[in-house]
Design a protein around this ligand. Structure first.
Ligand SMILES: O=C(O)CCC(=O)C(=O)O
Length: 348
């Protein structure tokens, strides 16, 4: 196992340099150009230079000042349907040559194969989009792309991956737009799932759409840390004498369950991931995550790479045919979770 795979197994994520500075700069230029042409296609003149006008993506007053259609960021003028959103920067564009070339680059596919531990991986859920967060973009809501109780018996289902082509590396990390995750969360996945089942026994109490109960203030995280810490002691046969009644009751309910946990416990916390332009960031789909606000003058640009293991019965299946139809006609959006939106603007 190489150093990245070892790190990934332990912390749930890893960062691998894959593209040169020049390649990253070109990718960023292409992403910005295509985004500007798509958003501002009805303007009488192209909006140039792009670098001086990035705040059009986040600033309604500036849009009113510059554009003939200040609402062009929203689909049908509806502010609840952003074509690019201020808090996550996502843009549903999939089919540009440069975007496809990136997703077929062996320098990106090989390490992801390695992390899955199998060669047979592919875009079984369609392609994925990219995200541009410019100065003024805000925090994305915290979330996990798995369900903490429904999926709790499953191990790794997905290596979530992105190539970051632009980021301000000299800036405070938490204000640079980078991704933050809770490292090592995957190692407690079955136990946390069981704890959530005890805390929220009613069906539907944990919504499909996180962040709840991972509310943005993280009121639950200190409790989870206490439960995990006490459980780890019990698991290693060192149950302490003094435990508060709520933790005690939870541990009693877990008594018959033997769930493997790491030998020693260090509290879980949110940590921003440092990266450089050209880095491939891979993370286990069991990690809570989000991208952060950007207060720097350099846009943070991320290209999502959604490769999944290919099952033996995939070829010829309905899912395979749907992906093929999508790739050949562009008529539906990607099939990825959260991404399955037909992009009328891209087709135009
Ligand atoms: O842009 C990022 O760093 C995070 C993206 C994200 O939340 C996701 O892919 O689910």
């Amino acid at each position: 196992m190489d150093i990245h795979a070892r790190y990934f197994e332990r912390y749930g994520y890893c960062t691998i340099p894959v593209l040169s500075q020049e390649e990253s700069a070109l990718l960023t230029t292409n992403a910005l150009q295509d985004t500007f042409s798509m958003l501002f296609m009805d303007e009488p003149e192209p909006i140039l230079p792009i670098s001086d006008n990035l705040k059009l993506l986040v600033d309604i007053n500036y849009r009113k000042e510059i554009l003939t259609n200040p609402n062009c960021i929203w689909r049908n003028g509806n502010s609840r349907q952003p074509i690019i959103s201020k808090n996550n920067g996502m843009i549903n564009m999939y089919l540009s040559d440069w975007a496809l070339a990136l997703r077929l680059d062996p320098r990106i596919i090989s390490p992801i194969r390695h992390l899955y531990g199998q060669n047979n991986i592919g875009y079984t859920h369609g392609l994925d989009r990219f995200s541009i967060k410019v100065k003024g973009a805000t925090d994305m809501p915290k979330h996990i792309d798995r369900h903490p109780t429904i999926d709790m018996d499953e191990g790794l289902t997905r290596v979530q991956a992105l190539v970051c082509s632009s980021i301000d590396t000299s800036f405070n990390l938490r204000n640079s737009g980078t991704i933050e995750v809770i490292p090592r969360y995957h190692r407690y996945w079955p136990l946390i799932g069981r704890i959530f089942q005890i805390l929220y026994p009613e069906p539907g109490q944990i919504s499909d759409r996180l962040p709840w109960p991972w509310d943005d203030k993280d009121t639950l995280l200190p409790y989870i840390n206490t439960y995990l810490s006490e459980y780890t002691l019990c698991y290693s046969g060192e149950r302490p004498d003094e435990i508060d009644p709520i933790t005690q009751s939870l541990l009693d309910q877990l008594e018959d369950t033997l769930i493997e946990v790491p030998d020693t416990f260090r509290p879980l916390s949110w940590e921003p991931i440092p990266c450089f332009p050209g880095s491939l960031i891979c993370f286990d789909s069991r990690l809570p995550h989000r991208n952060l606000r950007n207060k720097s003058s350099i846009p943070r640009v991320a290209h999502y790479i959604s490769l999944y293991p290919i099952a033996d019965d995939y070829y010829g299946s309905d899912q395979h045919n749907t992906v093929l139809r999508y790739l050949t006609t562009g008529k539906i959006g990607s099939l990825n979770q959260g991404t399955n939106r037909a992009n009328i603007e891209e087709r135009k």
